[in-house]
Design a protein around this ligand. Structure first.
Ligand SMILES: NC(=O)c1ccc[n+]([C@@H]2O[C@H](COP(=O)([O-])OP(=O)(O)OC[C@H]3O[C@@H](n4cnc5c(N)ncnc54)[C@H](OP(=O)(O)O)[C@@H]3O)[C@@H](O)[C@H]2O)c1
Length: 261
């Protein structure tokens, strides 16, 4: 059976991606910190889709996390890994100077260093499968600077650029790379980012569900797309950032995100 590894699978978009892959016939390797939620998801994949799932409760910001994860993955998928999803990530809302520096560096470790380290460690296993796929979960924030989410948005811009560069390098190798950039999605993201209730209420008005994001993202992945933005509103607003002058784009973003600081 083909096997898929998903980071940040305990809830939100990662959980929905995992169930979408189970439905498509993939066995699962599920990673996040919350062991009970991972166990519950593994049971659901087994009960609904008769797929095997192994879980690993691990803080992916730990220095040796990528190496530990790669060893574990090789043990459970010795014949090759068919899908790697770099989904674990979080945001921090606030002015750069007022946010804790350690926390911002921790976020960078999870949002960009870990995907780089894990992709590097797992490429030999991905190449072992006849055909394999990498999905990097970025954000519409990858397409523009966002005041009050400055470091988060920059981390997602990195992920988008890394995905495209790696994709080009891997042409003809059998490993396809896709970058998925969701807009606002109803998950725990806003709470973890420390966003206030007013801002979350605004976001909720235009949010997609994690299931909608995951389904669209998996279609894009298996269609071999380079990058994909789910949802018409998200596509249009990200598209506008390439034609509207940057100072105007940043002023509009500040008007939304800084208003409730
Ligand atoms: N929701 C949105 O509006 C939105 C929009 C654009 C992009 N995204 C991106 O989508 C991805 C998924 O986020 P989400 O919206 O589904 O948020 P979420 O509900 O907060 O889920 C985040 C996932 O990452 C895991 N995680 C966080 N810190 C971790 C750590 N140190 N070690 C291991 N796992 C960790 C969490 O599991 P544990 O807490 O159990 O570890 C959880 O499974 C993120 O990369 C995010 O930037 C989200």
């Amino acid at each position: 059976m083909p096997t898929a590894l998903i980071t940040g699978a305990s809830r939100g978009i990662g959980r929905a991606l995992a169930l979408g892959l189970a439905q498509r016939g993939y066995d699962l390797l599920l990673v996040a910190r919350s062991a009970p939620q991972l166990a519950e998801l593994a049971q659901e994949a087994q009960a609904r889709y008769q797929r095997q799932a192994h879980t690993l409760a691990l803080d992916l910001t730990q220095p040796d996390a990528a190496a530990e994860l790669a060893t574990w993955a090789a043990h459970h998928a010795p014949n090759g890994l068919a899908v790697l999803i770099n989904n674990a990530g979080y945001g921090l809302w606030g002015r750069f100077e007022q946010l804790n520096l350690e926390e911002q560096l921790n976020m960078l470790q999870l949002n960009l260093n870990l995907p780089v380290q894990l992709t590097y460690a797992l490429l030999p296993l991905l190449r072992r499968a006849a055909k394999s796929y990498i999905l990097n979960v970025a954000s519409t924030a990858a397409y523009q600077a966002v005041p009050s989410l400055a470091v988060y948005a920059a981390s997602k811009a990195f992920l988008l650029s890394f995905s495209r560069g790696l994709r080009y390098e891997l042409k003809g190798s059998g490993v396809s790379v896709t970058c998925l950039s969701p807009g606002a999605t109803t998950t725990d993201f806003g709470n973890r980012a420390g966003m206030g209730v007013e801002l979350q209420a605004v976001a909720n008005k235009v949010s997609m569900t994690p299931e909608q994001v995951a389904e669209a993202g998996l279609k894009a992945l298996f269609a071999g797309k380079a990058e994909f933005i789910p949802g018409l509103l998200n596509k249009v607003s990200a598209g506008l950032t390439s034609v509207v002058p940057k100072p105007i784009v940043e002023k509009i973003a500040a008007g939304i995100y800084e208003k409730y600081l």
